[in-house]
Design a protein around this ligand. Structure first.
Ligand code: SF4
Length: 88
């Protein structure tokens, strides 16, 4: 397993795999509500969501999430949502 991604403001720091920023990949919908559809074209968000596509569904984050969130499923949902936003 590659070490790498860190969700810096997560209550439980999550250093996991694939350099995925879980906190931001899960939060993009809320950010987009604040800054609008241009969120999809922001360079940082593109990088965050492209890295999120590397989720291997290994489940390491599930063991560490204090809220028992279905993180891999939520990441997939947000990638689909992000792709629809970019297609508009
Ligand atoms: S399931 Fe995806 S987000 Fe969770 S630790 Fe594995 S690669 Fe990272």
């Amino acid at each position: 397993m590659k070490k790498g991604h860190l969700a810096p403001k997560h209550p439980l720091p999550m250093r996991i795999t694939e350099e995925i920023n879980i906190q931001l990949a899960l939060g993009i919908k809320y950010i987009a509500k604040r800054i609008g559809p241009r969120a999809a074209e922001e360079k940082n968000w593109k990088e965050i969501m492209e890295k999120a596509r590397n989720c291997s569904e290994c489940g390491e984050c599930l063991k560490r999430c204090p809220f028992q969130l279905p993180i891999p499923d939520l990441i997939k949902e947000n990638i689909a949502w992000y792709d629809r936003l970019r297609a508009q």
